[in-house]
Design a binder for this molecule. Structure first.
Ligand SMILES: Nc1ncnc2c1ncn2[C@@H]1O[C@H](COP(=O)(O)OP(=O)(O)O)[C@@H](O)[C@H]1O
Ligand SMILES: [Mg+2]
Length: 344
């Protein structure tokens, strides 16, 4: 496989942080073999995207990629979903129906939220992973399927095992090649990379002309902990694009939880992988915000002269080329207030 096709297949995965480069490396290694893969990571970290990338990079890329989310179907139906059933296997099973395992023949079966499966499904999974023969519910004869298996979980399987909800033998069968998707808050500069990419794509989809985020909006994005990870970020950007009126996403276009967190704490989060200049800027702007725009006070807190602060602000304003972001030249005491909308 040439480098070009590796790049193409990973292209959907945005991110250049060291932790993500390590993930790409694991994806490429997994794709080179047929080994069972276990992808772990919080919800929204891109586990399914990673599974698709493995499939596309593997020799099975021409085959089907079949995805099942065990958490999204009633527990008692997961087994028939995976293994299919014969007529009369249970009430309502009028026809023979092939399971997702069979449909994935020649390709890859991706089972998300595997911890949500029940005991019997886990036993059936274990058996089929051992020899690749599956039996439809109510069926007599096993059928052979040639499917690569990738499982994902956002719940700790060791915890599920301790709680008696997950079989240890299945865990050992799965724990051959793990890929851990890092939470978004550990990906440093990827956050803005992703935000900018989503903004570009969504704005273009919705036919909106939006160039970027204001510094205040950026500070909110960077200060938030993103418990819902990339999925949450994507949703936020989507909603912000819909809410926005001008050429930039403003702080008040963002969901309240992002805004209040920045204001509730007197901290900014410093993530590795960010450029020093960006950190200085976020820190200075945050301080200025804390001082409600009073530059004298902000300069005192920062331990620099007022002139030095003005010079920084002027420089950034010039870099941005969109003037007046920092209320330069206005009354010293003009505060950067929360917008009226959020004081309601
Ligand atoms: N690294 C990434 N680059 C671009 N988009 C991503 C990335 N990680 C996740 N996404 C997007 O975020 C959303 C959630 O990803 P998904 O793979 O469903 O996460 P999970 O399965 O871990 O819950 C999807 O819309 C996906 O396209
Ligand atoms: Mg998922």
């Amino acid at each position: 496989m040439d480098v070009g096709s590796i790049r193409d297949s990973l292209e959907e995965l945005v991110g250049a942080s060291p932790v993500m480069l390590a993930v790409y490396d694991r994806i490429e290694k997994a794709a080179a073999t047929d080994v069972t893969v276990l992808i772990t990571g919080e919800s929204g970290t891109g586990k399914e995207l990673a599974a698709r990338a493995i499939h596309r990079l593997s020799r099975r890329r021409e085959g089907p990629f079949i995805s099942v989310n065990a958490g999204a179907i009633p527990r008692e139906l997961v087994a028939s979903e995976l293994f299919g059933h014969e007529p009369g296997a249970f009430t309502g099973a009028a026809y023979r129906r092939p399971g997702k395992f069979e449909l994935a023949d020649g390709g890859t079966l991706f089972l998300d939220e595997i911890a949500a499966t029940d005991h019997n499904t886990q036993i059936a999974l274990l058996r089929s992973l051992e020899d690749r023969w599956i039996t439809r519910l109510g069926g007599q004869h096993p059928v052979h399927v040639d499917a690569r298996f990738i499982a994902a979980t956002n719940e700790s399987l060791s915890r599920a095992i301790r709680a008696g909800r997950f079989r240890k033998d299945l865990f050992f069968r799965l724990d051959i090649f793990q890929i851990r998707m890092p939470p978004l808050r550990d990906r440093g500069g990827d956050l803005m990379l992703l935000a900018d990419r989503f903004l570009r794509e969504i704005a273009s989809d919705l036919g909106r002309k939006i160039d970027g985020f204001t510094d205040e909006a950026r500070t909110c994005l960077l200060g938030y902990s993103w418990p819902g990870n990339v999925r949450e970020l994507k949703n936020c950007v989507y909603r912000a694009v819909v809410a926005s009126e001008g050429r930039a996403i403003r702080r008040e276009d963002l969901p309240r939880r992002l805004r209040t967190i920045v204001h509730a704490t007197r901290e900014i989060r410093l993530k590795l992988g960010r450029r020093l200049g960006d950190i200085e800027r976020a820190y200075v702007l945050r301080t200025l915000e804390e001082c409600r725009g009073n530059k004298m006070e902000a300069a005192r807190l920062l331990g620099i002269s007022r002139k030095a602060l003005y010079d920084k602000l002027a420089r950034w304003e010039k870099e941005d080329g969109d003037g007046d972001v920092y209320s330069l030249g206005k009354e010293e005491t003009v505060p950067i207030r929360p917008s009226p909308r959020e004081e309601e």
